[in-house]
Design a protein around this ligand. Structure first.
Ligand SMILES: Cc1cc2nc3c(=O)[nH]c(=O)nc-3n(C[C@H](O)[C@H](O)[C@H](O)COP(=O)(O)O)c2cc1C
Length: 109
């Protein structure tokens, strides 16, 4: 799964915290996750680090790759696509790592 949050006051949004609080081990334990945050300001890892801590608590596996989209107001074009090709490439890498790590953690049939 890929979890995305806006950064609100240096952390995750209340909405995603509430959604994660409504879930627990049954839904999240053993799941592999990639994290993305979206900020109005400069890129940082605050919300990502907090989300990583929350997911660790319910025994989800968070991959090391993560993306913070800075200055959201100019990151996306009118078509809703990312303007920065390098950032777009990082999404490809995150998706690739998510698939590879999910395969590694999946029990052999
Ligand atoms: C309550 C609130 C707190 C916010 N706190 C931060 C913040 O700590 N750092 C930051 O870069 N942007 C902050 N922002 C800006 C949002 O991260 C940014 O607007 C959002 O990612 C883009 O989504 P939007 O279309 O809902 O504004 C905040 C926005 C709101 C509404």
């Amino acid at each position: 799964m890929i979890l995305v949050t806006p950064e609100y006051h240096g952390s995750v949004s209340g909405v995603i915290k509430n959604a994660l609080d409504l879930m627990s081990f049954d839904q999240l334990s053993g799941k592999v996750a990639g994290l993305v945050s979206i900020l109005g300001g400069q890129s940082n890892s605050n919300a990502l680090n907090d989300m990583r801590t929350i997911l660790r608590w319910v025994h989800a596996w968070v991959i090391p790759e993560q993306i913070a989209i800075a200055q959201a107001w100019k990151a996306l074009g009118a078509d809703g696509k990312l303007q920065d090709a390098k950032l777009s490439e990082r999404f490809d890498q995150l998706a690739q790592s998510l698939v590879e790590n999910t395969q590694k953690l999946r029990p052999v049939a």
